[in-house]
Design a protein around this ligand. Structure first.
Ligand code: SME
Length: 138
C-alpha cells in the first residue's frame, strides 16, 4: 500500500509525476546536503544518469543554492560561468531549496531542454512541492 512506501520511493514518485506531466521538465531530481562535508549528494531522480552524484557546496547551480538558500532560475545555462553540465541537451535549469525547521537540507533540481521555460508559476509550484517534501522528511 502507499503508506508502506519508503521515503525514497515517495521522492521518486514525485520526480516521475513532475517529469511525466510537465512538458518542460526533462530531468527531475533531489540533492541532499551533508553539512559536515559541505557536499550535496544525489537522491532519487528521473532522467539521464549524471556523473555528478556529489557536488561541493558553492559549485554549479546546485552548489550555489546550498549556500544562498534562494531559488535559482537559469534561463540559459550557456550564459552561466559557475555551471556543471550534465547533458548537452539541457538549455535551462531551476533549483529550489527544501527547508526543514528553517534549515536548507537539500533541493529539487530540474533541467529543461527548452530555452527560458521557467516562470514565477514554476517557482511557486516547486516551493509548494518542496514544502510537501519537507513533511515527508521530518
Ligand atoms: N547542472 C547542475 C548539476 C546537476 S545536473 O543538472 C543533474 C549544476 O550546475 O549544479
Amino acid at each position: 500500500s502507499d503508506t508502506a512506501k519508503t521515503t525514497n520511493e515517495r521522492l521518486l514518485s514525485i520526480c516521475q509525476l513532475l517529469e511525466t506531466h510537465i512538458d518542460h521538465y526533462n530531468w527531475v531530481g533531489f540533492y541532499f546536503a551533508d553539512s559536515d562535508k559541505k557536499e550535496l549528494h544525489l537522491g532519487p531522480y528521473v532522467g539521464e544518469p549524471t556523473d555528478h552524484s556529489v557536488i561541493p557546496f558553492g559549485k554549479g547551480i546546485c552548489g550555489q543554492v546550498a549556500v544562498s538558500n534562494q531559488n535559482f532560475v537559469v534561463p540559459d545555462v550557456a550564459a552561466q560561468d559557475n555551471y556543471i553540465a550534465c547533458s548537452i541537451t539541457v538549455k535551462a535549469e531551476i533549483v529550489v531549496p527544501i527547508f526543514v525547521d528553517g534549515k536548507n537540507i537539500g533541493q529539487i533540481d530540474i533541467d529543461s531542454n527548452t530555452p527560458d521555460p521557467f516562470t514565477e508559476a514554476d517557482e511557486r509550484f516547486l516551493e509548494f512541492v518542496c514544502a510537501h517534501v519537507a513533511t515527508i522528511l521530518s
